[in-house]
Design a protein around this ligand. Structure first.
Ligand SMILES: [Zn+2]
Length: 315
Protein backbone atom coordinates (compact mmCIF):
# COMPACT_ATOMS: atom_id res chain seq x y z
CA UNK A 1 0.00 0.00 0.00
CA UNK A 2 2.83 2.42 0.83
CA UNK A 3 4.32 2.18 -2.66
CA UNK A 4 0.92 2.57 -4.28
CA UNK A 5 0.17 5.69 -2.19
CA UNK A 6 3.63 7.02 -2.86
CA UNK A 7 3.15 6.71 -6.62
CA UNK A 8 -0.17 8.60 -6.59
CA UNK A 9 0.28 12.11 -8.05
CA UNK A 10 -0.36 14.60 -5.23
CA UNK A 11 -0.19 18.29 -4.37
CA UNK A 12 0.86 19.54 -0.94
CA UNK A 13 -1.05 22.65 0.18
CA UNK A 14 -0.21 22.89 3.88
CA UNK A 15 3.49 22.74 4.64
CA UNK A 16 5.62 25.12 6.69
CA UNK A 17 9.11 25.19 5.19
CA UNK A 18 10.61 25.84 8.62
CA UNK A 19 8.78 22.72 9.81
CA UNK A 20 10.57 20.57 7.24
CA UNK A 21 13.92 21.21 8.94
CA UNK A 22 15.14 17.69 9.74
CA UNK A 23 17.40 17.23 12.80
CA UNK A 24 20.34 16.23 10.57
CA UNK A 25 20.14 19.46 8.55
CA UNK A 26 19.51 21.47 11.72
CA UNK A 27 22.77 20.17 13.19
CA UNK A 28 24.64 20.73 9.91
CA UNK A 29 23.46 24.34 9.68
CA UNK A 30 24.26 24.96 13.35
CA UNK A 31 27.81 23.79 12.67
CA UNK A 32 28.12 25.84 9.47
CA UNK A 33 26.94 28.98 11.31
CA UNK A 34 28.81 28.17 14.54
CA UNK A 35 25.69 28.11 16.70
CA UNK A 36 25.67 26.21 20.00
CA UNK A 37 22.62 23.92 20.41
CA UNK A 38 21.00 22.78 23.66
CA UNK A 39 20.84 19.16 22.39
CA UNK A 40 23.91 16.91 22.41
CA UNK A 41 23.07 15.14 19.16
CA UNK A 42 20.38 14.30 16.58
CA UNK A 43 18.92 11.58 18.78
CA UNK A 44 18.56 13.89 21.77
CA UNK A 45 16.76 16.40 19.56
CA UNK A 46 14.42 13.75 18.15
CA UNK A 47 13.63 12.65 21.70
CA UNK A 48 12.46 16.21 22.43
CA UNK A 49 9.73 15.84 19.75
CA UNK A 50 7.02 14.77 22.21
CA UNK A 51 4.35 17.45 22.42
CA UNK A 52 1.16 17.82 24.47
CA UNK A 53 -0.24 20.71 22.44
CA UNK A 54 0.45 23.26 19.71
CA UNK A 55 2.35 25.66 21.98
CA UNK A 56 4.87 23.06 23.17
CA UNK A 57 5.65 22.31 19.55
CA UNK A 58 5.95 25.99 18.61
CA UNK A 59 8.45 26.64 21.39
CA UNK A 60 10.78 24.00 19.94
CA UNK A 61 10.05 24.98 16.34
CA UNK A 62 11.15 28.59 16.85
CA UNK A 63 14.27 27.39 18.63
CA UNK A 64 15.11 25.14 15.68
CA UNK A 65 14.51 27.89 13.10
CA UNK A 66 17.29 29.92 14.71
CA UNK A 67 19.94 27.93 12.79
CA UNK A 68 18.62 29.44 9.53
CA UNK A 69 20.79 32.48 8.90
CA UNK A 70 21.99 32.82 5.30
CA UNK A 71 20.39 32.71 1.85
CA UNK A 72 22.13 29.36 1.32
CA UNK A 73 20.53 27.99 4.53
CA UNK A 74 17.04 28.86 3.27
CA UNK A 75 17.90 27.41 -0.13
CA UNK A 76 19.14 24.15 1.41
CA UNK A 77 16.05 23.87 3.63
CA UNK A 78 13.69 24.31 0.70
CA UNK A 79 15.69 22.08 -1.61
CA UNK A 80 15.70 19.22 0.93
CA UNK A 81 11.91 19.47 1.11
CA UNK A 82 11.58 19.42 -2.69
CA UNK A 83 13.71 16.27 -2.91
CA UNK A 84 11.26 14.61 -0.50
CA UNK A 85 8.40 15.74 -2.72
CA UNK A 86 10.10 14.28 -5.78
CA UNK A 87 10.52 10.95 -3.99
CA UNK A 88 6.81 10.92 -3.05
CA UNK A 89 5.41 12.07 -6.41
CA UNK A 90 4.22 15.40 -5.02
CA UNK A 91 3.95 17.30 -8.30
CA UNK A 92 2.84 20.70 -6.96
CA UNK A 93 3.52 22.54 -3.69
CA UNK A 94 2.08 25.65 -2.05
CA UNK A 95 4.32 26.00 1.01
CA UNK A 96 4.18 28.59 3.78
CA UNK A 97 7.07 30.56 5.14
CA UNK A 98 7.05 32.75 8.26
CA UNK A 99 9.13 35.88 7.55
CA UNK A 100 8.59 37.27 11.05
CA UNK A 101 10.31 34.27 12.62
CA UNK A 102 13.44 35.43 10.81
CA UNK A 103 13.15 39.21 10.53
CA UNK A 104 12.50 39.42 14.29
CA UNK A 105 15.97 37.97 14.90
CA UNK A 106 17.66 40.31 12.45
CA UNK A 107 17.67 38.25 9.23
CA UNK A 108 16.79 40.56 6.31
CA UNK A 109 13.55 39.70 4.50
CA UNK A 110 15.33 39.43 1.14
CA UNK A 111 17.76 36.81 2.46
CA UNK A 112 14.83 34.57 3.38
CA UNK A 113 12.94 35.24 0.18
CA UNK A 114 15.88 34.78 -2.20
CA UNK A 115 16.94 31.50 -0.63
CA UNK A 116 13.46 29.97 -0.66
CA UNK A 117 12.46 31.28 -4.06
CA UNK A 118 15.78 30.23 -5.61
CA UNK A 119 15.21 26.64 -4.57
CA UNK A 120 11.56 26.66 -5.70
CA UNK A 121 12.52 27.95 -9.15
CA UNK A 122 15.28 25.33 -9.45
CA UNK A 123 12.78 22.70 -8.28
CA UNK A 124 10.47 23.64 -11.09
CA UNK A 125 13.27 23.39 -13.66
CA UNK A 126 15.20 20.40 -12.37
CA UNK A 127 12.53 18.32 -10.58
CA UNK A 128 9.40 19.32 -12.47
CA UNK A 129 7.59 20.43 -9.29
CA UNK A 130 5.39 23.52 -9.77
CA UNK A 131 4.81 25.88 -6.87
CA UNK A 132 3.03 28.87 -5.35
CA UNK A 133 4.62 30.36 -2.24
CA UNK A 134 2.44 31.66 0.62
CA UNK A 135 3.60 34.27 3.12
CA UNK A 136 2.19 33.51 6.57
CA UNK A 137 1.69 36.06 9.33
CA UNK A 138 2.35 35.00 12.93
CA UNK A 139 -0.94 35.51 14.76
CA UNK A 140 0.60 35.77 18.24
CA UNK A 141 2.16 39.06 17.09
CA UNK A 142 0.10 42.25 16.58
CA UNK A 143 -1.55 43.11 13.27
CA UNK A 144 0.69 46.17 13.03
CA UNK A 145 3.69 43.86 12.59
CA UNK A 146 1.87 41.85 9.95
CA UNK A 147 1.38 45.13 8.05
CA UNK A 148 5.10 45.80 8.31
CA UNK A 149 5.88 42.33 6.97
CA UNK A 150 3.51 42.80 4.05
CA UNK A 151 5.21 46.08 3.24
CA UNK A 152 8.65 44.41 3.31
CA UNK A 153 7.32 41.74 0.97
CA UNK A 154 5.86 44.01 -1.68
CA UNK A 155 9.13 44.50 -3.63
CA UNK A 156 8.94 40.71 -4.10
CA UNK A 157 5.25 40.70 -4.97
CA UNK A 158 5.71 38.36 -7.94
CA UNK A 159 7.53 35.76 -5.84
CA UNK A 160 4.48 34.69 -3.84
CA UNK A 161 0.79 34.05 -4.48
CA UNK A 162 -0.95 34.61 -1.21
CA UNK A 163 -0.98 35.24 2.52
CA UNK A 164 -1.76 32.90 5.40
CA UNK A 165 -2.13 33.02 9.17
CA UNK A 166 -0.40 30.58 11.51
CA UNK A 167 1.21 30.02 14.94
CA UNK A 168 -0.71 29.89 18.27
CA UNK A 169 -4.43 29.78 17.48
CA UNK A 170 -6.25 29.96 20.82
CA UNK A 171 -6.80 33.53 21.95
CA UNK A 172 -5.76 34.95 18.56
CA UNK A 173 -8.94 34.95 16.46
CA UNK A 174 -8.88 35.78 12.74
CA UNK A 175 -10.79 39.05 13.30
CA UNK A 176 -7.58 40.58 14.70
CA UNK A 177 -6.13 40.47 11.18
CA UNK A 178 -9.07 41.69 9.13
CA UNK A 179 -7.39 44.88 7.92
CA UNK A 180 -4.07 43.38 6.88
CA UNK A 181 -5.87 40.64 4.96
CA UNK A 182 -7.99 43.25 3.18
CA UNK A 183 -4.80 45.04 2.19
CA UNK A 184 -3.22 41.80 0.92
CA UNK A 185 -6.31 40.94 -1.11
CA UNK A 186 -6.31 44.42 -2.62
CA UNK A 187 -2.82 43.59 -3.93
CA UNK A 188 -4.30 40.59 -5.73
CA UNK A 189 -3.03 38.04 -3.21
CA UNK A 190 -5.00 34.92 -2.32
CA UNK A 191 -6.00 34.54 1.34
CA UNK A 192 -5.86 31.36 3.41
CA UNK A 193 -5.69 30.90 7.20
CA UNK A 194 -5.23 28.29 9.89
CA UNK A 195 -8.58 27.98 11.65
CA UNK A 196 -10.38 25.31 13.62
CA UNK A 197 -7.31 23.29 14.57
CA UNK A 198 -7.37 23.99 18.32
CA UNK A 199 -9.64 27.00 18.01
CA UNK A 200 -13.46 26.77 17.89
CA UNK A 201 -15.68 26.73 14.76
CA UNK A 202 -16.32 30.47 15.29
CA UNK A 203 -12.74 31.08 14.17
CA UNK A 204 -13.52 29.34 10.87
CA UNK A 205 -16.58 31.56 10.36
CA UNK A 206 -14.43 34.63 11.02
CA UNK A 207 -11.71 33.47 8.63
CA UNK A 208 -14.30 32.97 5.89
CA UNK A 209 -16.40 36.09 6.49
CA UNK A 210 -13.81 38.62 7.68
CA UNK A 211 -10.53 37.47 6.11
CA UNK A 212 -12.37 36.13 3.03
CA UNK A 213 -10.15 33.08 2.77
CA UNK A 214 -10.49 30.69 -0.16
CA UNK A 215 -9.07 27.64 1.63
CA UNK A 216 -9.08 26.60 5.29
CA UNK A 217 -5.92 25.25 6.88
CA UNK A 218 -6.83 22.39 9.25
CA UNK A 219 -10.51 23.20 9.86
CA UNK A 220 -11.17 19.82 11.48
CA UNK A 221 -13.31 21.39 14.23
CA UNK A 222 -15.83 22.46 11.57
CA UNK A 223 -17.52 19.14 12.25
CA UNK A 224 -18.78 20.57 15.57
CA UNK A 225 -21.00 23.07 13.73
CA UNK A 226 -23.56 21.62 11.34
CA UNK A 227 -24.38 24.94 9.66
CA UNK A 228 -20.69 25.52 9.00
CA UNK A 229 -20.30 22.00 7.61
CA UNK A 230 -23.15 22.62 5.21
CA UNK A 231 -21.57 25.87 4.01
CA UNK A 232 -18.19 24.23 3.44
CA UNK A 233 -19.86 21.46 1.45
CA UNK A 234 -22.12 23.80 -0.55
CA UNK A 235 -19.32 26.19 -1.43
CA UNK A 236 -16.73 23.40 -1.83
CA UNK A 237 -14.20 25.28 0.28
CA UNK A 238 -11.09 23.10 0.52
CA UNK A 239 -9.64 22.02 3.88
CA UNK A 240 -5.92 21.30 4.15
CA UNK A 241 -5.95 18.58 6.80
CA UNK A 242 -2.78 17.27 8.47
CA UNK A 243 -3.50 13.91 10.13
CA UNK A 244 -0.12 13.16 11.76
CA UNK A 245 0.11 16.73 13.04
CA UNK A 246 -3.36 16.45 14.58
CA UNK A 247 -2.54 13.30 16.51
CA UNK A 248 0.97 14.45 17.46
CA UNK A 249 -0.46 17.71 18.89
CA UNK A 250 -3.37 15.88 20.55
CA UNK A 251 -6.16 17.52 18.50
CA UNK A 252 -7.28 13.88 18.21
CA UNK A 253 -6.07 11.32 20.75
CA UNK A 254 -5.36 8.73 18.09
CA UNK A 255 -5.80 8.30 14.35
CA UNK A 256 -8.88 6.12 14.84
CA UNK A 257 -10.72 9.22 16.05
CA UNK A 258 -9.79 11.44 13.11
CA UNK A 259 -12.75 12.87 11.17
CA UNK A 260 -11.14 13.34 7.74
CA UNK A 261 -12.77 10.33 6.08
CA UNK A 262 -16.20 11.14 7.54
CA UNK A 263 -15.82 14.61 6.06
CA UNK A 264 -14.72 13.17 2.72
CA UNK A 265 -17.78 10.91 2.61
CA UNK A 266 -20.05 13.87 3.39
CA UNK A 267 -18.67 15.74 0.40
CA UNK A 268 -16.19 18.08 2.07
CA UNK A 269 -13.21 18.90 -0.15
CA UNK A 270 -10.55 17.60 2.26
CA UNK A 271 -6.89 17.15 1.34
CA UNK A 272 -3.96 15.39 3.06
CA UNK A 273 -0.86 17.35 4.05
CA UNK A 274 2.14 17.08 6.35
CA UNK A 275 2.24 20.52 8.10
CA UNK A 276 5.64 20.24 9.84
CA UNK A 277 6.91 16.85 8.68
CA UNK A 278 10.29 16.94 10.43
CA UNK A 279 8.51 17.26 13.75
CA UNK A 280 5.39 15.16 13.25
CA UNK A 281 6.74 11.91 11.85
CA UNK A 282 6.41 12.05 8.11
CA UNK A 283 5.71 13.65 4.76
CA UNK A 284 2.62 13.36 2.59
CA UNK A 285 2.85 9.64 1.86
CA UNK A 286 3.29 8.85 5.57
CA UNK A 287 0.14 10.87 6.28
CA UNK A 288 -1.80 8.88 3.69
CA UNK A 289 -0.36 5.67 5.13
CA UNK A 290 -1.46 6.67 8.64
CA UNK A 291 -5.04 7.08 7.35
CA UNK A 292 -4.90 3.65 5.78
CA UNK A 293 -3.59 2.03 8.95
CA UNK A 294 -5.60 4.02 11.50
CA UNK A 295 -8.88 4.54 9.66
CA UNK A 296 -8.91 1.87 6.99
CA UNK A 297 -8.75 4.38 4.13
CA UNK A 298 -9.43 2.56 0.85
CA UNK A 299 -7.62 3.03 -2.46
CA UNK A 300 -10.72 4.76 -3.85
CA UNK A 301 -10.73 7.22 -0.95
CA UNK A 302 -7.00 7.85 -1.35
CA UNK A 303 -7.53 8.66 -5.03
CA UNK A 304 -10.27 11.16 -4.18
CA UNK A 305 -8.11 12.81 -1.50
CA UNK A 306 -5.20 13.09 -3.94
CA UNK A 307 -7.46 14.48 -6.66
CA UNK A 308 -8.87 17.01 -4.17
CA UNK A 309 -5.33 18.27 -3.51
CA UNK A 310 -4.75 18.82 -7.21
CA UNK A 311 -8.15 20.53 -7.61
CA UNK A 312 -7.63 22.81 -4.57
CA UNK A 313 -4.45 24.42 -5.93
CA UNK A 314 -4.49 28.22 -6.06
CA UNK A 315 -2.20 28.31 -9.10
ZN1 LIG B 1 0.13 24.51 9.79
Amino acid sequence: MYDWLNALPKAELHLHLEGSLEPELLFALAERNRIALPWSDVEALRAAYAFNNLQEFLDLYYRGADVLRTEQDFYDLTWAYLLKCKAQNVVHVEPFFDPQTHTDRGIPFEVVMRGIKGALVDGEKQLGISHGLILAFLRHLPEEQAFKTLEQAMPFRDAFIGVGLDSSEKGFPPRLFERVFAKARSEGLHAVAHAGEEGPPEYIWEALDLLKIVRIDHGVRASEDERLMQRIIDEQIPLTVCPLSNTKLCVFEHMGQHNILDMLERGVKVTVNSDDPAYFGGYVTENFMALHEGLGMSEAQAKRLAQNSLDARLV
